[in-house]
Design a protein around this ligand. Structure first.
Ligand SMILES: [Cu+2]
Length: 208
């Protein structure tokens, strides 16, 4: 009876440890969420983009939440473009969309929308405040057919979480559990071997 009680206590302790374990992995990644409540001065950041071959070069850039972003766009070809920055977090727009659908969407979902005249070397500035939420925000060109041809990119606001969605703490926890299991398995294997060994067979008599 006493042993059974102790077993239950041990099982409970393990259950509590396991239940607590997922807590580590749900702790927000540093930098997740908005900065409200944290006193920090707004920062001006400058980003250089070029339009070339129906592409934005580069097709990704990173800023911090709440940054005042100044995008300097240099026209690299004699084709009119727009730089239209979306404001919906982690939305990836389908390239199957028609230009009408794209225009309808960006009518109410843009942080900035500027036109780049079709003169090589022309410079246009797009200025806006980065969203408070960490995430990816798509930017596109609204000239008919350009988005569908691949003229889009992503502004990364804040530090993206690790690819697998596991926090470093969770990864460390899993690695630790794996080591504990490996050591336990080794100990069991050694014990089994010791048991099997038994007494030594007698030495054969020496001859000649
Ligand atoms: Cu374009």
């Amino acid at each position: 009876m006493r042993i059974a009680k102790r077993r239950i206590t041990v099982a409970l302790a393990i259950a509590v440890l396991l239940a607590g374990f997922p807590l580590a992995s749900t702790v927000p990644f540093p930098g997740t969420g908005n900065r409200s409540g944290i006193a920090s001065a707004q920062r001006d950041v400058f980003v250089n983009l070029t339009t070339r071959g129906l592409r934005f070069v580069p097709d990704t850039f990173q800023v911090d939440p709440g940054d005042v972003v100044h995008v300097r766009i240099t026209q690299g070809e004699a084709v009119v473009h727009t730089f239209t920055q979306g404001k919906e977090k982690d939305r990836v727009l389908p390239t199957s969309w028609s230009n009408e659908e794209l225009h309808d969407y960006f009518r109410n979902n843009n942080l900035t929308d500027v036109e780049i005249p079709p003169t090589v070397g022309a410079v246009v500035w797009a200025n806006f405040t980065a969203p408070a939420q960490v995430g990816r925000y798509e930017y596109v060109c609204l000239i008919a057919g350009h988005f569908q041809a691949g003229m889009y990119g992503f502004m990364q606001v804040g530090t993206p979480p690790p690819a697998e969605g596991l926090s470093p703490l969770a990864v460390a926890g899993i690695a630790g559990a794996a080591i504990v299991l490996a050591v336990a398995a080794l100990a069991l294997a050694l014990r089994a071997r010791k048991r099997k060994a038994g007494p030594k067979p007698p030495e054969p008599p020496l001859t000649g």
